[in-house]
Write a protein that binds this ligand. Structure first.
Ligand SMILES: [Zn+2]
Length: 289
């Protein structure tokens, strides 16, 4: 578990890393010594650095919503793009950065600071904490999309409703919303991620009601929408596992195995044992043998 105090303790034990850590504070113009002068650590600066660079994912939050977060020095130097060409995964104390798109020689490698990715306004709001405006291709497309804000609003309202609604109610409100969101993308061919999000939520509601065919239909459409570098930040590896479970229940083992294969690819797993570690609840499935 990371906290500012731990970072300070680590820095005290590894003073040779002070330059790398202090360098994470953007806008700090004063050159820092490699060694901590007189063994003194600038606590307020460390706190600011940790605030903007700590890494923790919602799935690692404890029951009170508190994140188990870490400070990864090297990956903190990557700049952000919502539509990033690299993606980071942490394995406890180790973080690995993978390419999520073809990267040209000389092209900047960026990762997304957001996890997961939501609407344009939501992203802008979250990124304002880092004091910059993202100018990635996705933000450019969203900012020029006249339906973007209205769509985000509808989606946000639905998300709130889902917290208190039953699966039946989610479908009753979600299907007309799906139609509206689909229409809002009529003049846009790329990155229809709000439509994908809506379909994912509907597929869960259908699967709660044991309507597997509808659940599969929703997720299959998500696959066609997310066949782009956003599939990493949208956690499509998990969606492929959900589809594999649906196909397994339906007895379509061939399709199920195909979904597992694709999930392994997206989760960067070469070995089945590695995959099993990522999906321990799924370990008894015959698809993993
Ligand atoms: Zn962006």
């Amino acid at each position: 578990m990371h906290n500012d105090l731990n970072t300070m303790k680590n820095l005290k034990n590894n003073p040779q890393r002070s330059k790398e850590i202090y360098g994470l504070c953007s806008g700090e113009e004063n050159e820092r010594d490699e060694e901590i002068p007189f063994g003194i650590i600038d606590a307020s600066l460390i706190q600011r650095i940790c605030e903007t660079n700590r890494y923790g994912t919602a799935e690692k939050a404890d029951k009170n919503g508190k994140l188990d977060s870490h400070l990864f020095i090297l990956t903190s130097y990557f700049n952000h793009a919502c539509l990033a060409n690299a993606f980071r995964y942490d394995y406890g104390d180790v973080m690995i950065v993978y390419a999520s798109d073809d990267i040209k020689k000389g092209e900047e490698i960026c990762i997304s600071y957001l996890d997961p990715l939501h609407g344009f306004l939501d992203r802008q709001k979250k990124l304002s904490g880092w004091k910059f405006t993202c100018q990635c291709k996705l933000c450019e497309i969203d900012s020029k999309d006249p339906n973007c804000l209205k769509r985000d609003e509808m989606w946000k309202e639905f998300r709130e409703y889902e917290k208190v609604a039953s699966p039946k109610e989610i479908i009753a409100k979600g299907e007309p919303l799906l139609k509206k969101i689909r229409e809002s993308y009529i003049n846009r061919n790329e990155f229809k991620y709000v439509l994908a999000d809506t379909l994912i939520d509907l597929s869960f509601a259908y699967s709660h009601l044991e309507n597997l065919s509808k659940s599969i239909q929703c997720l299959e459409e998500v696959l066609t929408l997310m066949d782009n570098p956003l599939q990493y930040i949208m956690r499509m590896g998990d969606i492929y596992v959900n589809l594999a479970i649906c196909y397994e229940i339906k007895g379509n083992m061939k399709k199920g195995a195909k979904m597992i294969e694709k999930s392994m690819e997206l989760r960067f797993c070469k070995e089945m044992d590695h995959f099993k570690l990522l999906y321990p609840d799924f370990i008894h499935s015959s698809l993993l043998r």
